[in-house]
Design a protein around this ligand. Structure first.
Ligand code: GLP
Length: 238
């Protein structure tokens, strides 16, 4: 793993953007994208750049079950607002959280097919405080592909900060699996702040275990970790 320690999340966004731009400049076409507060500095750099996205494809990691794309808490809406409104891609895929109400398996298998047909050049990830990637919570099989996930009480609580009421947070999501994530040619994972320090330490220095989903990244040949000093503060090897 290559580790880049930055002074703050703005600098982290700049570093991450360099990797995406370099891939685009060298013919990269398919980008795995993520939501959450962490990638916002990257998306800001991207929207302010002159990089042309018209020939690119994006594949997002996950979507809540039951939220329509125009719901301002849906990940469709988040991506539209923070990236696609200014940088439209040729095609942008986000799991179908509406189809998933009645047919979660259908929505998941449609998405697996999309990932199979569009191998990901660079996959962006954030990390949850318990080491989850996308919505793959501790205990998820490393062999998992896109599936419906029942969100844990912890994740519902953490994500409730974006909703007016914790009861409004959906109880499940359609989420790409760990095997899908690991199939990307290159992975960039970003994390900022002291509340991510434990997860980052376990991801980089702990055993590879399904108890810490992000620890599987130790087995991927091309991972760049972009963290600030606070998120790096529990690393033993500096
Ligand atoms: C959610 C998302 C993840 C994200 C994580 C951390 O659970 N499904 O993709 O990485 O939260 O979010 P944040 O970047 O806001 O800390």
């Amino acid at each position: 793993m290559k580790i880049i320690i930055t002074n703050n999340n703005a600098q982290g966004g700049t570093e991450a953007f360099k990797i995406f731009k370099n891939s685009i400049d060298h013919g990269g076409k398919v980008f795995g994208l993520a939501t959450g507060s962490t990638p916002l500095t990257l998306y800001k750099e991207w929207t302010e750049s002159d990089v042309d996205t018209h020939n690119l494809i994006s594949i997002n990691l996950d979507e809540y079950v039951g939220l329509t794309p125009d719901n301002d808490q849906s990940y469709h809406y988040f991506m539209q607002k923070n990236l696609f409104a200014k940088k439209p891609f040729k095609k942008s895929y986000v799991p179908d959280g509406i189809k998933a109400i009645k047919d979660p398996e259908g929505a998941a298998s449609d998405y697996n097919q999309i990932i199979k047909e569009n191998p990901i050049d660079v996959q962006l990830l954030g990390i949850g405080q318990n080491g989850h990637i996308a919505f793959n919570e501790p205990g998820t099989s490393f062999n998992s592909v896109t599936h419906e996930v029942k969100l844990t009480a912890n994740t519902i609580k953490a994500n409730s900060r974006f909703f007016s009421n914790i009861d409004d947070v959906p109880k499940s999501a359609i989420c790409t699996g760990i095997a899908n994530i690991m199939s990307a040619k290159k992975i960039v994972i970003m994390a900022f702040g002291a509340n991510k320090a434990d997860a980052i330490q376990k991801m980089i220095e702990g055993p590879v275990t399904e108890k810490v989903p992000a620890s599987i990244l130790q087995k991927h040949p091309d991972v760049t970790v972009i963290i600030d000093k606070e998120a790096a503060s529990k690393l033993k090897q500096k």
